[in-house]
Design a protein around this ligand. Structure first.
Ligand code: AMP
Length: 216
């Protein structure tokens, strides 16, 4: 099954995608993670994306579409994938339709994670990740069981994203409203859009997503 998790920054797309990946073996495709890896390794793509990401603006469609096209063509994606952070513009959504058709693949569901905008900045500003295994945490909502030690792999190193601050969040929300939100009617019109309550507790959001997928 191939799905999109759609929602603003801080909606919990990455958290839910990680869990679907570990329970169902679907592959999480996060364009944000791919871009951060490109920035960290200093590739041409990374150099082009870095400044835009730090400002909270979107990276040009052609760069993103190329990235995702190469990734979807990898054999592991045949098991099914979860798009997390892509598509973010109507041009990207159209490019996705086209590449899936060319690869004889299809999009099964688009899950809208509905959230209260006021909660998003607090969610984003407090989050951090294990530098070794990528498990996500939050200062207020999900601290490691032992302070400073990753629950999953025991590492003591954590990272925080440069763009997870209140100032950049404003620009990211402007981009979301102007460029990504129009994808809701786009997918509604195709009959693949389902809504879950992104404000519920993490386990409940996950339960709702699994219910959507079971009905697909
Ligand atoms: P994310 O990790 O999904 O919050 O993405 C972090 C940043 O990467 C965004 O603020 C954009 O600058 C860039 N980015 C990620 N995915 C996309 C995309 N599909 N289109 C354009 N820019 C993207």
């Amino acid at each position: 099954m191939n799905i999109i998790l759609l929602g603003p920054p801080g909606a919990g797309k990455g958290t839910q995608a990680q869990r679907l990946q570990s329970d169902l073996g679907m592959v999480q495709l996060s364009t944000g993670d791919m871009l951060r890896a490109a920035v960290a390794s200093g590739t041409e793509l990374g150099k082009k994306a870095k400044g835009l990401m730090e400002k909270g603006e979107l990276v040009p469609d052609d760069l993103i579409v190329g990235l995702i096209k190469d990734r979807i063509a990898q054999p592991d994606c045949a098991k099914g994938f979860i798009l997390d952070g892509f598509p973010r513009t109507e041009a990207q959504a159209r490019a996705l339709d086209k590449m899936l058709a060319e690869m004889a693949m299809k999009l099964d569901q688009v899950v809208e994670m509905e959230v209260d905008e006021k909660a998003l900045t607090e969610r984003v500003v407090g989050r951090f990740t294990c530098a070794k295994c990528g498990t996500g945490y939050h200062d207020s909502f999900k601290r490691p069981k032992v302070d400073g030690v990753c629950d999953v792999c025991g590492s003591k190193e954590f990272t925080r994203r440069k763009d997870d601050n209140a100032e950049t969040m404003k620009t990211r929300m402007v981009a979301y409203r102007a460029q990504t939100e129009p994808l809701l009617p786009y997918y509604r019109a195709r009959g693949v859009l389902k809504k879950v309550d992104g404000m519920a507790a993490m386990d409940e959001v996950y339960r709702q997503i699994r219910a959507v997928l079971a009905g697909a």
